[in-house]
Ligand binder design. Structure first.
Ligand code: NAD
Length: 485
């Protein structure tokens, strides 16, 4: 264990072990073996980090937008310079293919910093003039110290999506990355120190959600919580903080419908539906896991999708040719495996994929080849519960009305995608699908200016673009009456 990596907290500009001296093992999903340990923090570490953030806030809130933008841009440049190192870390920690980490996760983290650096120099608030009487303007000020809590599936992609706007708006941050994937957050702390971010402005407290996370969200001095993770944890945070009336942004689970109509561009739709179901081993909150297909093309679409998906095989995430990596943890591997059993018990047919073993370095890893299921009703557990793995289910529908009904019959409402050449239908469905994001003839095409988030049990509030800048500032109405003469 001599070359075991250690990920410490980063508080007030210093790397520190947890006050209680406790650690958690960090596993490499491709091998199933621990390769690092991470501080398992408790309220003592959280209090120290919040204290540092509050103290640092006194001067950080007074900095100019240009100054903050310059620091964020330096951070983006520093990540870009170390892109290979960040990508290797992300891949090792999560089990995602190195190619995915280096073409999506790390570039997106860089873009998040650059985007919000630019945003802070452009953000403006409204003023309203009432002729001859008064003028109102909206003062937008930073909130203070805020918490940013992120999950394991897109570790730095999502953490930077929160940290960048929070800092851009003049807040200070205590971040709690997932304890399952803390590696790139630790690298980001190094970057913050190198780039001259004043100490205490950005702090990282690692550790379990029950201990570090719960203490953080309930801390009186934390003015807002930006959370991405499961619906159960989002509900726990909303409950625990209810009496404190904090600002909350909750980005939670999904069970996203993909609506395939007979008039779609068939070949392209097959490819993109497979990508939408299985990217990152199906561990993206936006993955389309309920594939609704118009009955007239159901068999031909199923067969073409099956032929395409059967070719996607698990491989060592380190290999540049791998497109499908490992499942993030032993617990999550078991959860998905249990759902595969349930699919059969509920009467479904597994058309392809399932648990698989690799050789050599990856013999102990957690791998599941993409699974397609058919024969289950929309109300089955498989089609209603978030599995969050490489498992998608096919469901036929007879017409647009039935497709819409099936899509909306779900407690989640994060994203949907619609595949059709009928522009009228596309617009019609966009107004009726109960999801925060609707993609027409595309999937996961992201413009950082757009509002991001879900409806129903998938989310509360929106992030991205001006929505994030609004979330991380307090709007105050100032009304000035003046003599007109
Ligand atoms: P999780 O809810 O278990 O954990 C997310 C984070 O919350 C972790 O950092 C965890 O330590 C922390 N946490 C846990 N309990 C806490 C508590 N009581 N108080 C404060 N913090 C606590 O989620 P996960 O398993 O890491 O991630 C998978 C989930 O994330 C899936 O449901 C997925 O859909 C969702 N997700 C949603 C989005 C989105 O944008 N809507 C994006 C990615 C992932």
């Amino acid at each position: 264990m001599s070359d075991t990596l250690t990920f410490e907290n980063f508080i007030d500009g210093k790397f520190l072990p947890s006050a209680g001296g406790r650690w958690l093992d960090v596993y490499e999903p491709a091998t199933g073996a621990p390769f690092a340990r991470v501080a398992n923090s408790d309220h003592q570490d959280v209090y120290a980090a919040v204290r540092a953030a509050v103290d640092a806030g006194r001067s950080w809130t007074q900095t100019s937008a240009d100054f903050r933008a310059a620091v964020l841009n330096r951070m983006a440049d520093a990540i870009e310079k170390r892109c290979g190192e960040f990508a290797a870390a992300e891949s090792r920690d999560t089990g995602k293919p190195i190619t995915l980490a280096s073409t999506v996760d790390i570039p997106r983290a860089i873009s998040n910093f650059r985007f919000f650096a630019a945003a802070t120099t452009q953000f403006a608030s409204e003023s309203h003039y009432e002729t001859g009487r008064s003028i109102n303007y909206t003062l937008r000020q930073p909130l203070g110290a805020v918490a940013c809590i992120s999950p394991w599936n897109l570790p730095i992609y999502l953490l930077s999506w929160k940290i960048a706007p929070a800092l851009a708006c003049g807040n200070t941050v205590v971040a709690k990355p997932s304890e399952i994937t803390p590696y790139t957050a630790s690298l980001l702390a190094e970057v913050a120190a190198e780039c001259g971010l004043p100490k205490g402005v950005l702090n990282f407290v690692h550790g379990s959600g029950a201990s570090a996370g719960a203490a953080l969200v309930c801390h009186e001095e934390i003015k807002a919580v930006s959370f991405t993770g499961s619906t159960a944890t989002g509900a726990a945070i909303a409950g625990a903080t209810a009496s404190q009336f904090k600002k909350l942004s909750l980005e939670m689970g999904g069970k996203n419908p993909t609506l395939v109509f007979a008039d779609c561009d068939f070949e392209r739709t097959v490819r993109e539906v497979a990508r939408s179901a299985f990217t990152n081993q199906g561990q993206v909150c936006l993955c389309g896991s309920r594939i609704l297909v118009e009955s007239s093309i159901y068999e031909s679409f199923r067969d073409a999708l099956l032929a395409h998906v059967s070719q996607i095989q698990s491989g060592d995430p380190e290999s540049p040719t791998t497109t499908h990596g490992a499942i993030v943890s032993a617990d999550h591997f078991k959860k998905i495996s249990d759902y595969l059993k349930l699919a059969s018990e509920e009467g479904g047919t597994l058309l392809c994929g399932g648990k698989t073993r690799l050789e050599n370095r990856c013999a102990g890893g957690w791998f599941i080849n993409p699974v397609l299921i058919e024969g289950l009703g929309n109300d089955s557990r498989i089609n209603q519960e978030e599995i969050f793995g490489p498992v998608a289910s096919l469901i036929p529908f007879k017409d647009e009305q039935e497709a819409l009904m099936l899509a909306n019959q779900c407690r989640y409402g994060l994203a949907s995608s619609v595949w059709t050449r009928d522009i009228n239908r596309a617009h019609r469905l966009s107004t009726q699908l109960e999801t925060g994001l609707v993609w027409i003839n595309c999937w996961l095409r992201r413009d950082l200016r757009t509002p991001f988030g879900g409806m129903k049990h998938s989310g509360l509030g929106r992030e991205g673009g001006w929505e994030a800048m609004k979330f991380f500032t307090e709007p105050r109405n100032v009304c000035i009456e003046f003599d007109h003469e």
